[in-house]
Design a binder for this molecule. Structure first.
Ligand code: ADP
Length: 177
């Protein structure tokens, strides 16, 4: 499934983000950049130890911010590590932190001249953000960014299950009928 937003193409698929052939994949990291479960663990396993070496040098990343490392053994040249909010009921700035996480990944990509970037569904796994709400935030900021910027020229959403993909599809219909 794909959409054109000005000069940017936005793609949606079900898959494993570690296998994406894009210039940068986004990691839903923790603020210590220490690796962990979910997509974070999968990226470090598939990408090898060079990614963690660079994460150690960087040290940490506050929620809503983003940092970049090599893609190590991945097909992607870079991993952009961002830290989403831990969901604690919705009154703790979760929405703005999630918005900033997507936005700062896009800004960093543009700064590095990265043409194609793939996102997982940030914060909707271990961090517990309800995916219906998270998808709306993700889609709003990414489409808004694509309207105003040329780079990256490709945005990919790589969802890990049919259920997550369906939520994104429904949210797209709701936001952009
Ligand atoms: P968070 O801690 O930000 O919630 P998780 O990794 O637990 O991060 O989950 C974020 C999303 O990434 C979830 O929807 C999860 O199903 C998905 N996910 C897990 N592994 C992969 C993968 N290899 N590729 C794409 N998405 C993945």
């Amino acid at each position: 499934m794909k959409f054109k937003v000005n000069q940017t193409t936005v793609y949606f698929k079900i898959g494993d983000i570690t296998k994406e052939s894009v210039e940068a994949i986004v990691n839903a990291a923790n603020s210590g950049l220490r690796g962990g479960g979910g997509v974070d663990g999968a990226i470090h396993r598939a990408g090898g130890p060079r990614i963690m070496e660079e994460c150690r040098k960087i040290g940490s990343c506050p929620p809503g911010q983003a940092v970049v490392t090599t893609g190590g053994n991945l097909a992607a040249t870079y991993v952009i590590h961002t830290v989403g909010p831990i969901y604690r009921g919705g009154q703790k700035e979760e929405a703005s932190i999630l918005h900033n996480a997507y936005l700062n990944c896009l800004r960093l990509a543009k700064e590095k001249g990265i043409q194609s970037i793939a996102f997982p569904s940030i914060s909707t796994g271990i961090y517990g953000y309800p995916i219906e709400e998270a998808a709306e935030i993700a889609l709003r900021i990414c489409f808004q960014y694509a309207k105003q910027n040329i780079i990256p020229t490709e945005l990919h959403f790589v969802l890990f299950s049919q259920k997550d993909f369906d939520v994104y599809r429904q949210t797209l219909k709701k936001l952009f009928p």
